[in-house]
Design a binder for this molecule. Structure first.
Ligand code: FES
Length: 110
């Protein structure tokens, strides 16, 4: 049976205006879902880590001043707060994950 997981990371692992890819724990390695945790001007957000266009990692992309994640591969743009596609070629919005900040920790729920 599959149960939802969470990850806990230290806030200082993700400096302001940066994005770090993590994996939720799972019994089997291929069941681990990747998540991109983003520190946007001191607020934390979590979205799918792989672009909905080509399935490639967004971690090497960049975060804009107005809160958009730009895919480094073909330039799709997503809103970091909602996961919505702002510009293609991607057509599907990214899934978002619930984030809680407690003290110096960031908790992301699958
Ligand atoms: S893989 Fe992201 S735009 Fe193509």
């Amino acid at each position: 049976m599959y149960t939802k997981q969470k990850i806990i990371v230290k806030k200082d692992e993700i400096p302001p205006m940066s994005m770090v890819e993590y994996y939720f724990p799972a019994q089997k390695p291929w069941e681990r879902n990747p998540v991109l945790v983003v520190n946007y001007k001191g607020s934390f957000f979590a979205i799918e880590a792989f672009c909905s266009h080509g399935g490639l990692s967004l971690e090497e992309g960049f975060l804009t001043e107005d809160g958009r994640v730009v895919c480094p591969w073909h330039g799709s743009v997503f809103d970091v707060r909602t996961g919505r596609v702002v510009d293609g070629p991607a057509e599907r919005d990214l899934r978002t994950y619930r984030v809680e900040v407690k003290g110096d920790e960031v908790i992301v729920y699958e």
